[in-house]
Design a binder for this molecule. Structure first.
Ligand code: COS
Length: 396
C-alpha cells in the first residue's frame, strides 16, 4: 500500500524548517530582496545552527543525514519563507551532491565536515559558463595535469555563492578534443590562490541570494581532489542534477504555496460589489486551480524525492527511473509556480502589482524555477530523449 503519512522524523524536519522560514526568513525577506544581497552575517550562522546548510550530508561527515525526499520537503518550507535566502542556504546541497555521489572516503572526510564547523561555510557548484549553460559538454574551463597537481583556468558564471564559498565543486575539460568525454570534476578550496569573484549579479528574482561570476586563474589543485575519474564527470553532473531537481521542484511548490495562501486570504477579505471577491467564481475557480496544481506538483516531487532516496541507497531500478521523474517534477513545478504566482498577482489586482504585498516578489522569484538546474525546455529534451529510447543512463 502507498503511504502518504510522513514519518516522525519527516514531520520534525518540516516543522523545524517551517518555523525557521516563518521566524528567520520572512521577517528579512523584503529588505534583502530590495538590497539584492545575501545577508551572510545575519543568517548563515542561524541556518548552520539549525542544520539547514548541511542537512543532506550524512551524520558521519557532520551533517544532518536527511534523505533526499525529506530534504526536498525542507526545501518547500524554506522557499515558502524566502526563495532568495533559501537559494543561498540550500546551495550547499547541490555543491556537495557530486562529492557524495563520486567522492572517495578520504575526500568526504576532508571536505564535508568543515561545512558545519564554527560559524559554518558555504559551498558552490561551479558548472555553468558564459558559453556552456544548457550545453554542459561545451565547458571551456580547462584542467591541465601538471604531474603532482592539476591547474584549472577558466570562467564560471551565475554561480550561487560564487566568490564567497569555502568549497567549490568545479567542472573542467582535460582534453577539449574529447568533448564531454574529457570532462573532470574537482573539489577546490575557496581560499586557493587564483580564485576571484567577478560580477555580482543584479537579478530579477531570488535577489537575496548571492550570484556571481568566478574566475579560476592558474588554480593549483592537489591530485587527491580529482572527483571520480577523468572523462566521467559528465555522468557525475547528470546524476547530480537528476537527484537535486526534485529539490527544485519542491522549492517551486514552496513559492507557489506562499502566493496561493496570500491570494486566498486576500480574496476572502477584499470586498467589491458588496461581497468578498472569493464569492465570484472567476476568482474562486482561479484559487481552486492553483490548489490543484500545487497538490499535483507536490506529489510529483514526493515521487522523485522517493526515487532519489532509494537510488542513494543503491537501488538500481530507482536510479534508472529517477531521470524521468525528476525532469517531470522540475518542469511541471517550475511552470506551475510561474502560473500560480502570476494568478496570485492577478487576484490582488493593483495591490498585487505593488511592493506593499509579497506576491510580486513571489512572481519574480518563481521565474528562476523555470530556468535553473536545467531550463524547463532542457527537461523536455531529457524526457523526449527517454521517450525515443535514446538514453542509456550511465551509472558511475
Ligand atoms: N545519467 C547518466 N548518464 C547520462 C544521463 C543521466 N541522467 N544523461 C545523459 N547521460 C549519458 C548518456 O548516456 C551519454 O553517454 P555515452 O555517450 O557515454 O553513451 C552521455 O551522458 C551524453 O549524453 P547526451 O548525448 O544526452 O548529452 P548532451 O550533450 O546531448 O546533453 C543534456 C544532455 C542537454 C540533457 C545535458 O547537457 C543537460 O542536462 N543540460 C542542462 C544542464 C543544467 O541543468 N545546467 C544547470 C546547472 S545548475 S544551475
Amino acid at each position: 500500500m502507498i503511504d502518504f503519512e510522513l514519518s516522525d522524523e519527516q514531520k520534525a524536519a518540516v516543522e523545524m524548517a517551517h518555523d525557521f522560514a516563518l521566524n528567520e526568513l520572512r521577517p528579512i525577506a523584503a529588505e534583502w530582496d530590495e538590497k539584492g544581497e545575501f545577508p551572510r552575517d545575519l543568517i548563515l550562522k542561524k541556518a548552520v545552527d539549525a542544520g539547514l546548510t548541511t542537512s543532506g550530508i550524512p551524520e558521519e561527515y557532520g551533517g544532518g543525514g536527511l534523505d533526499p525526499l525529506t530534504g526536498a520537503m525542507v526545501s518547500e518550507e524554506l522557499f515558502w519563507g524566502c526563495a532568495g535566502l533559501a537559494t543561498s542556504i540550500g546551495a550547499n546541497s547541490l555543491a556537495t551532491a557530486p562529492i557524495l555521489l563520486a567522492g572517495t572516503e578520504e575526500q568526504k572526510k576532508k571536505w564535508l565536515p568543515r561545512l558545519s564547523e564554527g560559524d559554518g561555510k558555504l559551498a558552490a557548484f561551479a558548472l555553468t559558463e558564459p558559453e556552456a549553460g544548457s550545453d554542459v559538454a561545451g565547458i571551456k574551463t580547462t584542467a591541465k595535469d601538471e604531474g603532482d597537481h592539476w591547474v584549472i583556468n577558466g570562467q564560471k558564471c551565475f554561480i550561487t555563492n560564487g566568490g564567497i564559498a569555502s568549497v567549490y565543486t568545479v567542472f573542467a575539460n582535460t582534453d577539449p578534443s574529447k568533448g564531454y568525454r574529457g570532462l573532470a570534476g574537482f573539489i577546490v578550496g575557496g581560499d586557493y590562490e587564483g580564485i576571484s569573484m567577478g560580477k555580482h549579479e543584479n537579478k530579477m528574482g531570488i535577489r537575496a541570494s548571492h550570484t556571481a561570476e568566478v574566475f579560476f586563474d592558474n588554480v593549483k589543485v592537489p591530485k587527491e581532489d580529482l572527483l571520480g575519474q577523468v572523462g566521467k564527470a559528465f555522468y557525475i553532473v547528470m546524476q547530480t542534477l537528476d537527484a537535486t531537481r526534485a529539490g527544485v521542484a519542491a522549492a517551486a511548490v514552496g513559492v507557489a504555496r506562499a502566493a496561493f495562501e496570500e491570494a486566498l486570504a486576500y480574496a476572502k477579505q477584499r470586498v467589491q460589489f458588496g461581497q468578498p471577491i472569493i464569492m465570484n467564481q472567476g476568482i474562486s475557480f482561479m484559487l481552486t486551480d492553483m490548489l490543484m496544481q500545487i497538490e499535483a506538483g507536490r506529489r510529483l516531487y514526493y515521487y522523485a524525492g522517493w526515487l532519489a532516496t532509494k537510488a542513494q541507497g543503491g537501488d538500481k531500478q530507482a536510479a534508472a527511473k529517477l531521470s524521468i521523474a525528476s525532469s517531470c517534477a522540475k518542469a511541471f513545478c517550475g511552470d506551475m509556480a510561474m502560473k500560480v504566482t502570476t494568478d496570485a498577482v492577478q487576484i490582488l489586482g493593483g495591490y498585487g502589482f505593488m511592493k506593499d504585498y509579497p506576491v510580486e516578489k513571489y512572481m519574480r522569484d518563481a521565474k528562476i524555477m523555470q530556468i535553473y538546474e536545467g531550463t524547463n525546455q532542457i527537461q523536455r529534451v531529457v524526457l523526449a530523449a527517454n521517450l525515443m529510447g535514446m538514453k542509456e543512463l550511465k551509472q558511475l
